[in-house]
Design a protein around this ligand. Structure first.
Ligand SMILES: [Zn+2]
Ligand SMILES: [Zn+2]
Length: 169
């Protein structure tokens, strides 16, 4: 672990703002972060750790600012801060509205609020998903099982999304 913060480096320009990315420490990992737009660039192998509530996920929810990912209009393709190649756009999880930008060899760009939103989904924070499918069961005594099932369903959706993401990397 490098003990010092790196200064913002113009050799790693923000894909949106072109200013040099700084460093954001999340417990034991360091990410490239833009001080201006709040986007972060994450090496692919760290994505599952940052979203896992049993690993770094809750820390991400703690340290990244709350907000709603902005829909992009018009759509822009972004360049990888490491190699300047055009990145691919990927919908990370159906229903999340989070479209990330990915460079196969180097990692994934999350715009402001996107990483936190996904970590919230993974941690099953209630604000994250609006409504579950209408209950088809007849109204009866409250039964905790549907809630648990919905939560498990969201977790498995996210796990599949992460698998897919790793498959792209
Ligand atoms: Zn930026
Ligand atoms: Zn790259």
């Amino acid at each position: 672990m490098h003990p010092f913060r790196e200064p913002a480096s113009p050799s790693r320009p923000c894909p949106r703002c072109a200013i040099g990315l700084g460093t954001r420490q999340v417990l034991d990992v360091r990410l490239d972060e833009c001080a201006d737009c709040g986007g972060v660039f994450v090496p692919g192998e760290l994505v599952p750790r940052l979203l896992d509530p049993l690993d770094l996920g809750l820390e991400v929810v703690e340290v990244f600012p709350r907000g709603v990912p902005a829909p992009e209009d018009p759509i822009r393709y972004l360049r990888c801060p490491r190699c300047q190649a055009m990145m691919n756009r990927r919908l990370l999880m159906r229903g999340s509205n989070v479209v990330v930008d990915q460079c196969k060899p180097h990692g994934v760009w999350f715009d402001a609020h996107e990483l936190r939103r996904l970590a919230e989904l993974a941690a099953d924070r209630p604000a994250a998903v609006a409504g579950s499918p209408a209950a088809s069961a007849p109204a009866a005594a409250p039964d905790p099982r549907p809630v648990v099932a919905a939560s498990l369903e969201r977790r498995s959706l996210l796990e599949r999304a992460i698998d897919a993401l790793l498959g792209w990397l």
